[in-house]
Design a protein around this ligand. Sequence first.
Ligand SMILES: [Zn+2]
Length: 325
Amino acid sequence: MSTDVEWLHRESLVIDTHCDTLGRVLEGQRRLGERSTLGQFDLPRALEGGLDTEVMATFFNDHRAGSGARQTLQFIDAFYEELDAYGDLAALALNAADIERIRAEGKISLMLGMEGAEGLEGDLRVLRSCYRLGLRVLGLTWNRRNEAADGLDELGTGGGLTRFGRALLDECQQLGILVDVAHLGPAGVRDVLERSERPVLATHANAHAVYPHPRNLTDAQLEAIAATGGVVGVVPVPPFLGPYEECAPLEPFFDHLDHLLRVMGEDHVGLGLDFDGVGGKRTEGIEDVTRLPNLTRGMVARGYSEGTVRKVLGENFLRVFREVL
Ligand SMILES: [Zn+2]
């Protein structure tokens, strides 16, 4: 890699908005502060890769014991256990100012997210408690149906936001929690975009026009997200990139990025890398978080200006965090 690209990567603020590694921590397989050869993310590898900020997701799992709210609290306990144990490597971020302060200390800032409102059990008091515990990004659904809306596996029903889902959206905007439409069915995406008065995120999704996977967003959806001031995080999951299952080349990732930038403009695209979210599936060149400089190298190779590279790497998400949180 040329020195210029290495320099640009290290100088840039790098924010990734979706990571599932807390699930591995909760299951006792990994510790965030210990370098592992398993999976894709831990703090030593994130520092090596030049990452500054990660949004750690809680998520409901049918196979684990306990209701949604109990599972959420277990995740949050694990999150704080890791922050306490590895304070030399990472610190909690609640807003943009925290991210900038923690970066200046040479540490990774960790934000708390939730993937799927199952974790709230249809109760705004649970949401407000989670906010007090640090929740700042809420994905309304995973692929299944929950109290708030239908996820993408419910495409046949055409269901959008429920009454609870609308109240949840309003409360998130009131509190300062970013709403994430990744995994949400199209009627729900429409409902969120119609109702929201704040920037809307899709933390990990690609362009449907480049590859028509149901997890990818249409140009109309992308334009509407940009119109809210929101950001879409491009995601290197092989089945979302093209006709790939276990392994994809890296170039299609940049094809999606090119398209997102063309449709949304350079202020509305970021990274949503989904580390440890899809088992053993891998995209070549971004096998784990140490490989992040390859993303900067690829953007430079495609002729993006330094300003555009910096926006995609982190400045766009930082702008939204500053505005909403
Ligand atoms: Zn996901």
